[in-house]
Design a protein around this ligand. Structure first.
Ligand code: 4NP
Length: 161
């Protein structure tokens, strides 16, 4: 990667309606706040095709809006084998998403679990699907603090600031 290449990062969950849309939007806002938007391409996808074309889950949209973030322009899409070579960072929400990614073939970039970057925990980002607002808030909190650390780690790895 040369100095001016964009850093390509994708957040991946199962359905691309609850967790990874939050990852995409929260990370994008943090990148904007650091004036680094021109250095990144940010996306999200699901390993399953259940919700292709759909808006994010109302629970995720509600919790995002509560924190001043809109998910209204996102639509579900499936992560496919074609994605493997396209991303510098593939960030899986849980171990099963990560296993599904590896089943598709060899990734070109780094595949990580998001919570490898969680200063307060590790393992899976819990799936809030079909649960109440409290579950979505907990998921939001985990994704937010992990994304902060992930971005700091990428900034220092690529000497961005
Ligand atoms: P997500 O949550 O992977 O965070 O988007 C889910 C959404 C839908 C389903 C499972 C998880 N589903 O089985 O339809």
């Amino acid at each position: 990667m040369t100095a001016n290449d964009k850093i390509r990062i994708i957040f991946v969950c199962l359905g691309n309606i609850c967790r990874s849309p939050l990852g995409e939007a929260i990370f994008r806002r943090m990148v904007e706040e650091r004036n680094l938007s021109d250095r990144f391409i940010i996306d999200s996808a699901g390993t399953a095709n259940y919700h292709v074309g759909q808006l994010p889950d109302p629970g995720s949209r509600r919790i995002a809006l509560k924190h001043g973030i809109s998910l209204e322009d996102q639509h579900g899409r499936q992560f496919t084998a074609d994605d493997l070579a396209k991303w510098d960072y593939i960030i899986a929400m849980d171990a099963s998403n990560q296993a599904n990614i590896h089943k598709l073939g060899k990734a070109g970039g780094n595949v990580h679990l998001l919570r490898e970057f969680d200063p307060q925990g590790s393992g899976d980002v819990p799936d809030p699907w079909a649960q109440g607002d409290e579950a979505f808030q907990e998921t939001y909190n985990i994704i937010h603090r992990s994304c902060e650390n992930l971005l700091n780690s990428i900034i220092s790895e690529h000497h961005l600031q």
